[in-house]
Design a protein around this ligand. Structure first.
Ligand code: 2BA
Length: 109
């Protein structure tokens, strides 16, 4: 068994949960925050058998889009003003960042 942990953009999270339910995969959604943008994103935990991993990855790929996002300038707060960028910068946020972890034991009580 594997645990798939997928960090996706909030905009894709409802479509992805609907697709997982349609394909009979169980998932848990956690509200999360990206360390770099400090903006909300959604982390899915999906426990499934090894043979389903590729199918779940395809569902994630099909339902999560890569987008440009603006990073607002953050004041240097006493830091070095030389490195301060006074205008918003665009970064490419991926469709999904996915980790596939082995599960030693799975129980439901
Ligand atoms: P954030 O940390 O908010 O990062 C958003 C996007 O900003 C990243 O998109 C990347 O394009 C850019 N970025 C991140 N750190 C950067 C840096 N030090 N310098 C320049 N640009 C940087 P993604 O790579 O697609 O990541 C989307 C979200 O997935 C991340 O949001 C974070 O929540 C999660 N994530 C990505 N890699 C991770 C990792 N290795 N471990 C845990 N979570 C990760």
């Amino acid at each position: 068994m594997k645990l798939i942990v997928a960090v996706v953009q909030d905009k894709d999270s409802n479509r992805l949960s609907d697709a997982l339910v349609d394909h009979n995969y169980q998932a848990t959604k956690l509200a999360s925050t990206g360390g770099f943008l400090k903006a909300g994103n959604t982390t899915f935990m999906i426990g499934t058998e090894d043979e389903n991993v590729d199918d779940v990855l395809t569902i994630i790929k099909d339902n999560c889009k890569s987008r440009e996002q603006l990073v607002a300038p953050i004041s240097p707060m006493g830091g070095n003003a030389d490195s301060y960028v006074p205008y918003p910068v665009e970064v490419q946020v991926g469709g999904a960042t996915v980790f596939v972890l082995p599960v030693d034991q799975f129980e439901k009580f």
